[in-house]
Write a protein that binds this ligand. Structure first.
Ligand code: TRP
Length: 451
């Protein structure tokens, strides 16, 4: 594989890029709403457990495989263990997940841009009515052309960053967008600390009531720990492949997992403080940030500026994540098929846009003719197939590859200091614990499907 491939300029650049991948719609949109639906504290504790027991070991495995192989996610497995048939399969599965996830991720990214645009317009026109009672969301969902336009804008931004390459694209933009995102979140956090609902939000997230936890909630916690850390697809692997050989992976992956968790919790505190100040329902579901929150921004002093800051923050989170998904496919195509990065980005970016078009139409114009696996649109179907099946299966294949095929020798290489307990922990988390937990989720998901 080419040794002249691009590398991150510094450890910080890699941490920001990997955190940029991890921190996304999963943290600011999905985590708060699934926590709300699942009753708060107890779900949060379980989620934290999954992040550290399942997420971090797989995060380390992905980084290690990428760093060692110094190539794209499909060839990495071949290179490290030629003859192993399962490894490359995980790579292929990852490419499939990338297409499926990015196509709907970009549509939601487009919604965020639309809300951002509206928030800015409010400031200029003084007319805030479309943020009342879910009006903006309803009008957007009923207007496929508007969704398509924003989806095109979002996908173009993402394609442009990947087109520019590792240093000039990924590294540069993560270095700009990630600190800005964190700054905006801190500002929002300071503002909500002065709201009445802050202490209620705090106890909602941090005082567990285990009677509220259901089996479905537990499954959701495991599944979400994959999604939120960008695991199972090879995204972190590809980012790891732009890393120098001697980087300490344990520290780096802990930093990434910590940042990802911190941002999810802070976003949860911001959103629930606002929701509780106005006595609204925490379990509003997916519409939480698109319907509930905009209505409330309208009621708050300074709400208009807050809504602008809020939607900018999610825009940045979504872009840096989407970039990492596209990069998986581009790394493969441009290295394996010897196509230029530029050409690969334009072609794949366009194909992903086209798949996204199906999502847009399946939720409105074509909704009557669509029904697969009990799902009435492509959106839910792709979300279900990827988050519940493909990512966890991909993640387990990666963990097993690391734990069994590469084995103790690799663990020794990963954890450089002499810490036998940590080494054994990592080895068996990958060999047994992570796979077992995932098999349990998959079993109950499949059972549910055929029930
Ligand atoms: N982790 C991102 C989020 O929380 C989404 C994401 C980016 C992702 N890259 C990924 C999910 C790779 C799975 C695999 O929004």
């Amino acid at each position: 594989m080419p040794n002249n491939r691009a590398h991150w300029g510094s450890r910080l650049a890699f941490i920001l890029a990997a955190a940029g991948s991890a921190i996304g719609l999963g943290n600011i949109w999905k985590f708060p709403y699934i926590t709300g639906v699942n009753g708060g504290g107890a779900f949060v504790i379980l989620y934290l457990f999954c992040i550290f027991a399942v997420g971090v070991p797989i995060l380390i495995s992905e980084m290690y495989i990428g760093q060692k192989a110094q190539c794209n996610n499909v060839q990495a497995f071949r290179k490290l263990a030629s003859g192993n048939k399962w490894g490359p399969l995980a790579g292929w599965l990852g490419l499939g997940s990338a297409f499926m996830i990015l196509s709907f991720y970009s549509v939601v990214g487009g919604w965020i841009l639309d809300f951002e645009f509206r928030a800015i317009t409010h400031l200029l026109t003084g007319d805030f009515t479309d943020f009342e009672d879910g009006a903006a969301l309803n009008s957007l969902l009923g207007n496929p052309w508007r969704q398509l336009a924003w989806h095109a804008v979002f996908m173009s931004l993402v394609t442009w960053i990947v087109y520019r390459g590792v240093k000039e694209g990924l590294e540069k933009w993560n270095k700009i967008l990630m600190p800005t995102l964190m700054g905006l979140l801190v500002l929002l956090f300071i503002r909500v600390m002065f709201l009445e609902g802050f202490s209620e939000a705090f106890s909602f997230l941090f005082s567990p009531d285990f009677s509220k936890l259901t089996g479905d909630g537990a499954l959701e916690a495991v599944g979400h720990s994959f999604f939120t850390l960008s695991l199972g697809m090879g995204a972190i692997m590809v980012y790891g492949s732009y890393l120098d050989e001697n980087e300490n992976l344990v520290k780096t992956s802990l930093a990434v997992a910590f940042l990802d968790t911190l941002i999810a919790l802070l976003a949860g505190l911001v959103i629930f403080s606002i929701v509780f100040t106005y006595d609204l329902d925490a379990s509003a579901g997916p519409g939480l940030i698109f319907a509930t929150l905009p209505t409330l921004f309208n009621k708050m002093t300074g709400g208009s500026l807050l809504s602008i800051a809020f939607f900018f923050m999610i825009t940045f989170a979504a872009i840096t994540s989407a970039v990492s998904i596209l990069e998986v496919v581009i790394a493969y195509w441009s290295e394996h098929k010897k196509v230029s990065r530029e050409k690969a980005s334009l072609i794949i970016g366009f194909i992903m846009f086209a798949v996204g078009v199906l999502h847009v139409f399946s939720t409105n114009l074509w909704s009557d003719i669509f029904n697969i696996l009990g799902k009435t649109n492509f959106f839910d179907l792709f979300d279900l197939l990827t988050s519940s099946y493909m990512l966890p299966i991909g993640g387990v294949m990666i963990a097993l590859f690391y734990g069994w095929v590469l084995g103790p020798q690799s663990v020794d290489n990963t954890i450089k200091d002499d810490n036998p307990v940590l080494k054994l922990g990592l080895l068996w988390a990958c060999r047994l614990i992570a796979p077992l937990l995932v098999v349990i989720i998959l079993y109950s998901k499949v059972k549910e499907l055929f029930a």
